[in-house]
Structures are given as C-alpha cells and as structure tokens.
Design a protein around this ligand. Structure first.
Ligand code: CP
Ligand code: NVA
Length: 318
C-alpha cells in the first residue's frame, strides 16, 4: 500500500511503552496463566488468538530461557515459530543488508524477536520491518525479562510492586537498565549496590530522575540491601562484556549475594536472578538453591508474560 505507513507496535525498551500498556500486558498474562492450569505445554489457549501466525526469532548470542519461552509462548497462542541462526544467513557476511533481510522477514513472518550484540541493529531492523520487533536482549537492555520479573514479584508478594523495596546487587548492565526503566514506570523504590566505576550509565539515570524515579545508588552492598523485599543479582560478566575478566571479578568480590548479605534484607525477602548464574561468584549456592530463591518460578513466567507482549505488539490484547 502506498501512502500512509502502518503504525507498528514494537517492544524494544520499557521506557518507550506507556505504563497503562505495561499494566495491561501484566493483567492479560495473569488471566491467561490462570486459565492454563490443566493444559499441557503445547496445548493452545482456548481462544487461540494467533492461529496461523508465525514468530521468527533470531539469536546472535547464546540463549536457553528466551529461546524456549518464546517458542512455548507463540505455540500456546496458536501460532508457529521459526528459529534463525545468524551463521546460516547471508546477512553481513554474504553481503545481504539488514534492509533486505528485514523486508524478507516481514513478508514471511508476523512478528520478529531479536537477541543481538548491537543496539544499532535493533534500530536498523525496526526501520525496515513492516512487522513488530521484540528485543530479546541487547547490550543495553533486556525488557522482556524485567517485565516478566515485575509479574513474578507481584505474583509472589500478592501486592503492587509500587509498595515494595527492590534491590539490585551487582553490575550496571543491560538487565539493570531495564529494571531502572521499570522502576520509573511502576514507581517502585530501587536501591542499587554496585562497585565504583561499575554503576549504570548516567544518561539513563538522568532520564529516570526526570521521570520521578525513586532510585538510590550505593557502593556498599550492605547499605543497598537493607530493608529490601526483593533482591536481584546477575552475572558479573555479561555476554557483551569486553573487559579484563580477572580484574572485574576481583572488583566485585564483596558483591556476592550470600546468606550473610541476604540476612540484611527483610526476613521474607525473595531472591531473583534472570539466569544463567555463576554459583560462587554473584550468588552463593545456599542462596540460589535456598528457600528465599524464586528463580525457577521467575524463569517459567517468561512464557506467560511474553505471550501477552506478543499480543500487545499484534494489537490483540484483550
Ligand atoms: N534470562 C535469559 O534471558 O536467559 P537466556 O540467556 O538463557 O535466554
Ligand atoms: N546480563 C546478562 C543477562 C543474560 C540473560 C548478559 O547480558 O549476558
């Protein structure tokens, strides 16, 4: 069609999505999850909202949970999925451009999920796609993870996240960036404990401040974790990290979430980690495998929230 360009709903960063839409996604995920109690993994939801639709997902980096959860998500909505491996495409190395790749993906598929090593590529794909793109992790954010974590927190704590104290112990990385964005959208208290020089980027913090964020930053993990309801950790070294690994691990030596540190959070605090985890580094085995840890429930909820994200992008949210 010539003329007016179709408005497409993408899911690239939490900060770009109106809070009412984020809340609608969580509400829909809750309803859909409740209705699946007696269904098998591959049984579609009763309304089969995406019958005949195709999700194309592409991974430029390793993934276990995102790959599996998007697979189940689209299948439960009644659609199908195709996984693309970058090493099997003509993109870049064979001289094919993002422009041409995006045009083909738009013609064959209904929605595209990309895990990428470059934020620029996400923007380039968005420019040339005629279908929605979902960010399945980039160097600067991991929005589907964090929206799902908001869902998990409210599910476990049975109250709105705005009444809880959330704490992040560790690196100023992509997952933390999305958590900061969520903290402004959902107005929750966020306390961050990172070593000096590993705090999150200033531009995002300035944006958050302008948007009434309730964020406190400490270089002492003991101060950051005090009075927390939720304690997050993530790997010290992320997939995109091009750093001196030995030095970084040394710089983080006091930032392990172990039972001693956990004892400074609230008694009924829970521990979350997006996984994969390195036991003995950012978290001790007794914490991640202990009673306060909810990481397996957290990982499984990705399916439910991503279903509603896909529906949001395809304008099918009820
Ligand atoms: N949490 C998460 O995104 O896991 P994967 O890297 O395994 O997809
Ligand atoms: N911060 C981690 C998250 C992995 C899901 C990374 O980017 O490697």
């Amino acid at each position: 069609m010539q003329g007016a360009q179709k408005l497409v709903k993408h899911f690239i960063n939490i900060k770009d999505i109106p809070v009412k839409d984020l809340k609608k996604i969580i509400f829909d995920a809750k309803n859909r999850k409740a209705k699946r109690k007696n269904l098998n993994n591959l049984d579609p939801d009763k309304d089969i909202p995406l019958k005949g639709k195709l999700l194309i997902q592409m991974f430029e980096k390793s993934s276990l949970r995102t790959r599996l959860s998007f697979y189940l998500a689209i299948r439960q909505l009644g659609g199908g999925v195709l996984n693309l491996r970058t090493d099997e495409l003509h993109l870049f190395k064979g001289g094919e451009s993002i422009h041409d790749t995006a045009k083909i993906i738009s013609n064959y598929g209904d929605i595209f999920m990309l895990r990428t090593d470059s934020d620029k590529k996400l923007i380039e794909f968005k420019k040339y796609l005629n279908i929605p793109i979902i960010n399945g992790l980039s160097p600067s954010s991991h929005p589907t993870q964090i929206l799902s974590d908001v869902f998990t927190i409210e599910e476990i704590k049975k109250k709105s996240i705005k009444n809880l104290n959330i704490c992040w112990i560790g690196d100023g990385n992509n997952v933390l960036n999305s958590l900061i964005e969520a903290s402004t959208k959902f107005s929750f208290n966020l306390s961050i404990g990172s070593p000096k020089k590993y705090e999150t980027n200033k531009t995002l913090l300035n944006w958050a401040k302008k948007n009434m964020a309730k964020i406190k930053i400490y270089n002492d993990p003991k101060k950051a974790i005090l009075n927390s309801d939720i304690v997050f950790a993530d790997k010290f070294i992320s997939m995109n990290d091009k750093i001196n690994k030995k030095k970084k691990i040394k710089d983080f030596k006091n930032f392990q979430v172990n039972s001693k540190l956990m004892s400074l959070a609230k008694k009924n605090a829970i521990f979350l980690h997006c996984l994969p985890a390195s036991r003995g580094y950012e978290v001790s085995s007794d914490v991640i495998d202990g009673k306060q840890s909810k990481v397996w429930q957290q990982a499984l909820n990705r399916v439910h929230v991503q279903k509603s994200i896909i529906l949001y992008c395809l304008e099918k949210l009820r």
